[in-house]
Design a protein around this ligand. Structure first.
Ligand code: SF4
Ligand code: SF4
Length: 108
């Protein structure tokens, strides 16, 4: 099984084989789609708020426009066959959040 990584803004190929795992990446999250496990039930299509999930000509789930994905994980929660995995990316320590480093004041 091969993994195809597509960053937001990149064009996905027109036809992707059933054995290919697709990993869509943006700055703060990724969505992995393991199409070979799809059984064409359409449950994920019903819950996706962005309306970007469809079955392709092989009756396997396909993301039509990843730029509209909000990485909400509704598809992952609904799919009975664990086709989707949504993962947040870790933020670097010192950049944001509770571990932000603050400069010393007044030279003290
Ligand atoms: S993560 Fe949310 S918006 Fe993206 S494909 Fe899944 S249900 Fe749709
Ligand atoms: S819910 Fe899962 S099995 Fe059903 S169509 Fe969507 S990806 Fe395929």
């Amino acid at each position: 099984m091969t993994t195809l990584t597509i960053k937001i803004g990149e064009q996905a190929p027109n036809r992707i084989g059933a054995e290919t795992v697709i990993r869509y990446e943006q700055d703060r999250a990724s969505l992995t789609v393991r199409r070979r496990y799809c059984k064409s039930c359409l449950l994920c299509v019903e819950v996706c708020p962005a309306k970007i999930l469809e079955l392709d000509r092989d009756d396997l789930i396909y993301v039509t426009d990843i730029s509209k994905c909000i990485f909400c994980a509704a598809c992952a929660g609904r799919c009975p066959d664990f086709v989707f995995v949504v993962e947040p990316k870790a933020e670097p320590i010192g950049d944001r959040g509770p571990f932000r480093l603050t400069p010393a004041r007044g030279g003290r």
